[in-house]
Design a protein around this ligand. Structure first.
Ligand SMILES: [Zn+2]
Length: 146
């Protein structure tokens, strides 16, 4: 099922886990809003394919993969995706400058490039939060950039 010109439901729900990972109708609605408001516009502005490394996660999959449980990750609501392209920093700045989002996270990496990008979108009350995740003594630490 296509959620937009370049993104399918299959790639937004793909997982390496063997646990069930089937979104509800509400979660598909959220994924569709995320794709249509953020991912597809980002793809169009970038002019290159964007690789979704993790989209929807059932609670079981999120737990298995060490995702945030308290509060529950936005991946579990179909509101968040992890993205990778050749130049992650360029995609990060493009989303930050031109597109709506709830949270945009520079995940790992260094000052020049994040290892990947996390972006979330909600139908209402997007916080427009920009964060950076670093790993400190094996634990993920989030700091607010803006
Ligand atoms: Zn994420």
């Amino acid at each position: 099922m296509n959620l937009s010109k370049n993104f399918t439901l299959a790639e937004l729900t793909a997982t390496s886990s063997h646990l069930p990972n089937v979104p509800s109708e509400k979660e598909i609605t959220n994924l569709t809003a995320l794709v249509q408001n953020v991912l597809q516009p980002a793809r169009d502005l970038l002019g290159k394919p964007i690789h979704v490394t993790s989209g929807f996660r059932s609670i079981a999959v999120n737990k298995e993969q060490g995702g945030t449980m308290k509060p529950l990750s936005q991946h579990c609501f179909g509101e968040a995706v992890d993205l990778e392209v050749i130049d992650n920093a360029a995609l990060f700045h493009l989303i930050c400058t031109h597109l709506p989002y709830d949270q945009l996270i520079w995940e790992g990496g260094n000052e020049l490039q994040p290892d990947w990008i996390h972006v979330s979108y909600k139908a209402f009350r997007n916080r427009k939060q920009v964060l950076r995740m670093t790993v400190v003594k094996g634990k993920k630490k989030y700091s607010v950039i803006s």
